[in-house]
Ligand binder design. Structure first.
Ligand SMILES: [Fe+2]
Length: 475
């Protein structure tokens, strides 16, 4: 029998904003954990009389867990984005989201489609870009916020003339320069993917395009891979016809077409020169998340979480989420082997379904590595992800953390300051405890995957997407 309250509590709104100096803590927080975990995700899907249609479209809410000595503080605040301001002022949706459209006249639809206005409802993740703390989504304008108060500073406007609509909320960091590397898709009669750099300095943020890859029907790409020399874009057969999109004026997701006859193309681009180093084709699949990529003996290995098709996007409409027990498809951890000029082949790295993957980014991004952490679910795939999983990618073995009635979010790895091995540190995850209708911040020892401590929040935290930890002195 289903409990009265189940994972669907994670899709109910949290209206209130809190500031709590010290959460009750069970266990002992690691003494070296001094810093801040920011989380991002929707706080509500309600917009006056209308509702957002998709998980991804809810109004962005930031959460802040502060770790100081023996105390864990907590605060949450809605991002005061243009979309948020419009919803609260007018009582309805003002801008297009991934799968939700404002009600507009045909004329307004056409004009806004050709010159999109961005609501900057940046609900996907948090990053430090050009020296500023920003919330990010898949539209190109980040929203800056104050890391101490979570107050919204404003939309970060790039002064560079770089055009494009769809960008990745998962930029990479160049380990040498600290620059951010990212992609943006320009939709036009001659569409293209643009790889760009954003310098690390705190000056006026200006992106510099380093490479352009033409695409007649651009694919939906949520993330990309980075090795020590290259970036790798996986172009799935989930594509948009740009002119149709402009003419229909419908939200982005409704213009996506799954074309199983098309391959997935891996585009390999030199990170420094921007030179296109090759293309490899594989069978069609879809992924939101790359995990890592690295090179060995002239070959490139790309690890990602693959779905057989695009059903996962439909599974995440609110109607489906609130009426079913879980997604229909789970993502498979695959390692693609790329040899330019040849087709790509893959091996499955683990039997554990995985999503929201994290690893020891500072130490291992772009290099061969051993461990990935993510949320997982049972083999029957009938449930919402209800466990945290650590996969050893070299032998496929896994460690699992699970507790009855609990639904964890993305596990963020934080390295221990004196860590000697790749998994010396902790993982931090916000867990929904459905029975108590609250959430807690869980701290696991990354090596053993055993619980170290938990700090309980007095309310539930809706399911979000991503977050980042910043050590003391970085905020
Ligand atoms: Fe993501």
């Amino acid at each position: 029998m289903l409990p009265e309250v189940d994972h669907r509590l994670g899709f109910s709104p949290l209206e209130r904003e809190f500031e709590i100096d010290a959460l009750p803590v069970e266990g002992e927080m690691p003494p070296w954990l001094r810093g801040t975990l920011f989380r991002n995700g929707p706080g509500t899907w309600e917009a006056g009389e209308s509702k957002m249609r998709h998980w991804f479209d809810g109004l962005a809410m930031l959460h802040r867990f502060g770790f100081r000595e023996d105390e864990v503080s907590y605060a949450n605040k809605y991002l005061r984005s243009p979309q948020y301001q419009h919803v609260r002022r007018e009582g309805r949706i003002g801008y297009s989201e991934f799968a939700t459209d404002p009600c507009r006249s045909i004329f307004k639809r056409l004009t806004s489609a050709f010159s999109p206005e961005f609501g900057s409802n940046a609900s996907v993740t948090v990053h430090k870009l050009a020296g500023r703390f920003v919330a990010l989504t898949e539209t190109p304008l980040p929203v800056e916020f104050d890391p101490e108060t979570l107050e919204t500073v404003g939309v970060l406007e790039y002064r560079d003339g770089v055009e494009g609509i769809g960008t990745s909320p998962h930029p990479h960091t160049d380990p040498k320069s600290g620059d951010a590397l990212n992609t943006i898709t320009h939709f036009s009669r001659t569409s293209e993917y643009r790889v760009f750099r954003l310098p690390a300095g705190t000056g006026t943020p200006r992106r510099r395009i380093v490479s352009r890859i033409p695409a007649r029907e651009p694919a939906y790409m949520h993330s990309f891979g980075q090795t020590e020399r290259h970036v790798v874009l996986a172009e799935y057969p989930l594509v948009v016809n740009p002119l149709k999109m402009l003419l229909t004026g419908r939200p982005y997701a409704e213009n996506l077409a799954w074309k199983p006859e098309r391959p997935t193309r891996f585009h390999i681009v030199d990170r420094e020169s921007g030179e296109r180093a090759g293309v490899c084709e594989a069978e069609g699949f879809f992924a939101f998340h790359h995990v890592n990529a690295f090179e060995r003996d002239g070959e490139i290995f790309v690890d990602l979480l693959a779905y057989p098709d695009d059903a996962v996007i439909r599974d995440h409409y609110m109607d489906a989420l609130l009426s079913r027990r879980g997604p229909t498809a789970a993502a498979e951890l695959r390692r693609y082997r790329l040899r330019p000029g040849k087709s790509a082949s893959y091996e499955k790295l683990s039997d554990e379904p995985l999503e929201l993957p994290r690893m020891n980014y500072e130490a291992r991004n772009g290099r061969d590595y051993s461990y990935v952490y993510g949320i997982g679910q049972g083999e029957d795939q009938a449930s919402w992800p209800d466990r945290l999983v650590k996969v050893h990618v070299r032998d496929g073995s896994a460690l699992v953390w699970r507790e009855e009635g609990c639904y964890p979010g993305e596990p963020v790895f934080v390295p221990a300051p004196d860590g000697r091995s790749e998994d010396s540190g902790v993982v931090l995850s916000v867990v929904l405890d459905a029975a108590s209708e609250t959430s807690f911040l869980l701290v696991l020892d990354a090596a053993s995957f055993g619980e170290v401590a938990r700090a309980r929040v007095p309310h539930h935290i809706p399911f979000g997407f991503h977050g980042q930890y910043f050590g003391e002195g970085e905020t």
